[in-house]
Ligand binder design. Structure first.
Ligand code: SIN
Ligand code: FE2
Length: 204
């Protein structure tokens, strides 16, 4: 099936080779040791998300029942600053973002086999002139992307380990989500699952 992605949205399949993926997973492991994964909770109803998260960068994305979606400069449990964004991810940002500004946040999402992420737009940043650049590692997922309105038609496609997605330009605020994980489609992560890294510029 051929399909055309909305303007400003790019999918680069298999950008990272196996050895780069292995190295990046090792780096992420050491970040998670210092900044452990937590379960975020939705604003108002306090429902836990199925995806566990942590961050690296000067800012990290966080949500809890009381204060909702926001960026914070320290880990919510350890209160320590987030670890730095690794060089490899800075290079990926430089290659794909098309902007001079550096990313401030890298959200690290861990999807267990049952986890998913509902359709949403990334709008908690101020720098909408900068894209969100995503890197996928581990099991495949079914990624869904639509337009600027929730009701716009959507299309879905598989993301595999080593793939990059760029969400920018006029569709920087496009709705997107993860419908499902395909368990056991990759042996990159010893216990399975999927990691997604999203690099974001937060401040204008
Ligand atoms: C996200 O929208 O934060 C994550 C997207 C993904 O997991 O591919
Ligand atoms: Fe997102």
């Amino acid at each position: 099936m051929t399909f055309v992605l909305p303007k400003g949205i790019r999918h680069i399949p298999a950008y990272l080779d196996r050895s780069e993926q292995v190295a990046l997973v090792e780096t992420i492991r050491s970040i998670v040791e210092e900044a452990p994964l937590y379960t975020p909770h939705m604003p108002r109803n306090g429902q836990p998300m199925s995806v566990r998260m942590t961050n690296c960068g000067t800012l990290g994305w966080y949500t809890d029942k009381a204060e909702g979606y926001r960026y914070i400069s320290a880990h919510p449990v350890t209160s320590k600053p987030w670890p730095a964004i690794p060089l490899k991810l800075m290079e990926i940002w430089q290659e794909f973002s098309g902007v001079e500004k550096d990313p401030e946040a890298c959200l690290i999402n861990f999807y267990a086999p049952e986890a998913k992420m509902g359709l949403h737009a990334d709008i908690d940043e101020k720098a909408f002139d900068c894209p969100v650049v995503s890197v996928s590692l581990g099991d495949d997922c079914l990624f869904r992307v639509g337009g600027l309105a929730r009701k716009d038609k959507t299309q879905s496609f598989r993301l595999c380990s080593g793939d990059i997605v760029v969400i920018g330009g006029e569709n920087r605020k496009a709705y997107h989500g993860v419908d499902r994980i395909y368990p056991n489609t990759s042996d990159l992560l010893k216990s399975g699952g999927r990691i997604n890294l999203t690099l974001r510029r937060v401040n204008a």
